[in-house]
Design a binder for this molecule. Structure first.
Ligand SMILES: *[C@@H]1O[C@H](CO)[C@@H](O)[C@H](O)[C@H]1NC(C)=O
Length: 133
């Protein structure tokens, strides 16, 4: 009985640590930053043709979105977040990639814009958390 309890507590601790935003330097984890609703948020990520994000919709659904950087040849598919499942444009704070700042810039950040931001190959991640204070 005691052993079961200890095991359960240990499992909870492991799960708790793993689910920490950004992973705190663990393998596969990335950094973490804060942003505010309605503000401009600057998300430092290396130059890439596209970016991905894992967010939770206002309905509570986990979604993956892709953002293609405009390159002059992809006018119809660039410059916005697209839900990878239904290929629909996602309402979002206006997003651009600034090559000089090496950052995705989101204007008027929305509640549903917070989440895990990544390069298209998912090798670099940055968790953007809502700063509510
Ligand atoms: C964001 O802006 C909207 C519209 O101006 C406003 O209603 C809302 O209270 C703002 N939210 C925050 C957290 O500032």
């Amino acid at each position: 009985m005691v052993r079961t309890c200890i095991l359960a507590i240990f499992s909870l601790l492991v799960i708790g640590t793993n689910s920490q935003p950004g992973g705190g330097g663990m393998p596969g984890g990335g950094g973490m930053m804060y942003g505010k609703v309605n503000a401009t948020v600057t998300i430092s990520l290396p130059v890439s043709a596209n970016y991905r994000r894992l967010v939770v919709s206002l309905k509570g659904v986990d979604e993956e979105h892709i953002y293609r950087v405009c390159n002059g040849k992809n006018k119809k598919t660039c410059g916005y977040w697209e839900n990878i499942k239904n290929k629909k444009k996602v309402p979002s704070g206006v997003t651009t990639y600034n090559k000089n700042k090496k950052a995705l810039i989101i204007k008027k950040m929305r509640l549903e814009d917070f989440g895990d931001y990544m390069t298209g190959n998912k090798k670099t991640k940055l968790f953007v958390m809502n700063q509510t204070w």
